[in-house]
Design a protein around this ligand. Structure first.
Ligand SMILES: O=C1C[C@@](O)(C(=O)O)C[C@@H](O)[C@@H]1O
Length: 237
């Protein structure tokens, strides 16, 4: 998938839920780190929607079961063998080594090479579960993520409207500079950005298939987000 236009991902840890996502989603985000036997689930998958696979590291807010980065990336590499897998999420800090938890970036960079060989899009992701960094840092993170991955994704936590405006501005500037980015602000204050960021160029949004199992704070349910994004769809100016 090229993510040249807005793509709506329905997040789940259970691929059996895929039929419920078909009406509104373009892709299913399979949270492998939240599933009990993710490779067996991929093997059994015969749904219609393509998959974006995520095996979120514990040091980035996820629950990946593998004790080390080598194992975590082996699981992702195995996932990219499946035809249904169209995209893979790789944490930006795993690619750049900008984290105490990452001593060796070769696992992530090798996975990126493998994914591209297999025509699987790489989403380089950044999460801030505490706050929204200052404007300059937002731009810097988006620039780096968009150059390290095929799509640069930034999810921050907003506490007020200046946070959400800063994120939307950074999204607009990165998009105007030709970068392929995806942005969203987590938390109640950030919720509306999930609907509005696509107007400013965000190419990927997330909503849970089952609203009981949100994968981030402040997510809309799938039908609501699909409806809001469609209603706000504005011509580029
Ligand atoms: O990285 C993201 C974005 C997200 O955190 C969100 O805020 O919607 C949801 C996660 O499932 C996904 O992997």
């Amino acid at each position: 998938m090229d993510f040249d236009s807005f793509t709506l991902a329905a997040s789940t840890a259970d691929l059996a839920e895929e039929p419920a996502a078909r009406e509104h989603a373009d892709i299913v985000e399979f949270r492998m780190d939240l599933a009990s036997d993710p490779l067996a689930a991929l093997d059994a998958y015969d749904g219609e929607l393509p998959l974006l696979v995520t095996n979120r590291a514990t040091w980035e807010g996820g629950e990946a079961a593998e004790p080390d980065e080598a194992g975590r990336f082996d699981t992702l590499a195995a996932a990219t063998e499946y035809d249904a897998v169209a995209a893979v999420d790789v944490e930006l800090r795993a690619l750049t080594g900008d984290s105490d938890a990452v001593t060796d970036t070769s696992h992530a960079t090798a996975l990126r090479d493998l994914a591209r060989e297999r025509d699987v899009t790489v989403v380089a992701s950044v999460h801030d579960f505490e706050a929204t960094p200052p404007a300059e840092r937002l731009r810097d993170l988006l620039d780096t993520a968009a150059s390290e991955g095929d799509v640069g994704k930034l999810a921050v936590t907003a506490h007020d409207r200046s946070d959400t405006l800063a994120l939307l501005s950074a999204t607009h500037e990165a998009t105007a500079a030709g970068e392929r980015v995806a942005t969203m602000a987590m938390g109640e204050a950030g919720r509306h950005t999930r609907a509005v960021a696509p107007v400013y160029g965000s190419k990927l949004g997330y909503a849970p298939v089952d609203p009981e199992n949100a994968t981030a704070p402040g997510q809309y349910d799938l039908a609501t987000l699909a409806g809001l994004v469609a209603a706000l769809d504005a011509p580029e100016s």
